[in-house]
Design a protein around this ligand. Structure first.
Ligand code: GLA
Length: 443
């Protein structure tokens, strides 16, 4: 297949996308010289509903967005990985693939690729070839960074996919997605599996219902849910960058684990909050203290061993966090039913409830997210509006009827700008397809 055909198959007709690929190919040839080159892509994601449930073995419903990361690569005869980025702010990096790859300094972009390479070294039982690789991820076609749409997981996934493919290793997708999520722990956040699963398993025009509890055989229960026709996914970036590596994310994980320790009183073999999902919240609430400190949670037997927590006196809002997870799992299941029935109004109500719960119970909103949610709600033809991703900034997601697209793109930035003074980045997308090797050609 030719480049133009592959691009059209992936995005529909788009001269901008084709120009982006051609420009990346010519940069690759300029940096690494002429010869064969393989093109890989991995999409970012937006989560429709199911926030902070994945690491509690709960339910999520993300879609892959049509903003992605491209990686162009050529195998090497040695184990070096030579990384170049089309954006000059990301300096070129070199490292060798191995079991124990030295990280670059915290926050360095190459750490996601290092994590992916180290993970593969542990899974492929032979010495690995490195690669010369060019990453092209600049917005608008690329995945916005620090916006809660998982650009970091897309980079991890595309690097792992490329190295695996160049080394003739074709893993089964579900276990590969789990391996990629563990690869990302290399950078220091204890995230769940949602982002890598949607990037590797997405279907165009579908959301992915994923039950994050592994089945006994390492498999997962998942289900592609068709999106209602005539509606798009609105992603509105507040312009406030969030960073997962900060301590707040890990404190929420700790609050959930503290809840697990307390709920052992009711369900002796509980390992994750998921284990009490079948019990009504009213029967559980009194077992879980409203607030506990990190050290009290440890004394109560909470498993906090692999969580970097600096302050033993930090307070965990255990009851509210557990209530969020419990109610959110139920909302995800209800949203799957409503989407399948084409009941967009009901989906919107559930998204609104999810936002309230994330803000009031999980406490991960911020003034700019509130301003964006309020702005979206003022526009007719939008359904629901909620923070998506970890929170503390990043994006708001909503469903939008195709007749309201123009209003969204023109009025929303004005409304948000008027209340915050920030110019937001708003885009509307179609659920996109999964990460793939697209094509090998010569430059
Ligand atoms: C981050 C993590 C995900 C998930 C979300 C919150 O994006 O990487 O695994 O926990 O936060 O839903």
């Amino acid at each position: 297949m030719q480049l133009a055909e592959v691009v059209e198959q992936t995005y529909g007709e788009s001269t901008q996308q084709e120009a982006r690929y051609r420009s990346a190919l010519s940069t690759f040839a300029g940096v690494f010289g002429p010869g064969p080159v393989s093109i890989f892509r991995a999409p970012g994601r937006v989560n429709l509903i199911g926030e902070h449930t994945d690491y509690n073995h709960g339910f999520v419903l993300p879609v892959a967005i049509d903003r992605d990361i491209l990686l162009l690569a050529r195998p090497r005869a040695d184990s070096s990985v030579n990384l170049h980025n089309t954006e000059p702010v990301f300096a070129s990096r070199t490292f060798a693939v191995g079991f124990d790859i030295e990280p670059a300094e915290a926050g360095d972009w190459s750490n996601y690729v290092r994590g992916a390479a180290q993970m593969l070294a542990h899974h492929i039982e032979r010495p690995l070839l490195g690669m010369d690789a060019l990453v092209s991820a600049a917005p608008p076609q690329g995945t916005p960074r620090g916006a809660g749409v998982s650009s970091s997981s897309a980079l991890t996934v595309v690097a792992a996919l490329a190295l695996a493919w160049l080394n003739d290793w074709s893993p089964e997708r579900i276990s590969f997605a789990r391996q990629c999520s563990e690869a990302e722990w290399y950078v220091g956040t204890r995230g769940g599996i949602m982002d890598q699963f949607i990037s590797l398993l997405a279907l165009p025009e579908h959301a992915l219902f994923l039950d994050c509890r592994p089945l006994g055989n390492g498999d997962y229960h998942l289900n592609h849910v068709p999106m209602p026709s005539g509606y798009r996914v609105l992603v509105a970036n507040t312009g406030i960058r969030h960073t997962n590596v900060g301590g707040e994310f890990n404190l929420r994980v700790a609050a959930c684990r503290a809840g697990v320790a307390c709920l052992r009183e009711r369900v002796a073999d509980i390992t994750h909050l998921r284990d009490v999902q079948h019990i009504a919240w009213e029967e559980l609430a009194h077992i879980v203290p409203e607030v506990m400190s990190v050290s009290q949670a440890r004394e109560r037997g909470a498993d906090l061993a692999n969580l970097p927590l600096r302050d033993p006196d930090a307070l965990l809002r255990v009851r509210a966090c557990c209530r969020h997870v419990h109610s959110e799992n139920r909302r995800v299941q209800a949203a799957v039913d409503a989407l399948s029935a084409g009941d967009v109004t009901r989906v919107g109500e559930l998204l609104d409830e999810a936002h309230t719960s994330a803000r009031d119970d999980y406490d991960v909103s911020c003034p700019e997210l509130e301003a964006m949610v309020n702005a979206v709600k003022k526009i007719d033809g939008t359904y629901g509006a909620r923070l998506t991703g970890a929170g503390w900034g990043g994006c708001v997601v909503a469903l939008v009827h195709q007749d309201a697209l123009l209003d969204v793109e023109s009025i929303l930035p004005e409304l948000y700008g008027a209340s915050t003074g920030i110019e937001p980045h708003v885009f509307v997308c179609q659920p996109s397809s999964r990460a793939e090797h697209l094509l090998t050609l010569s430059v």
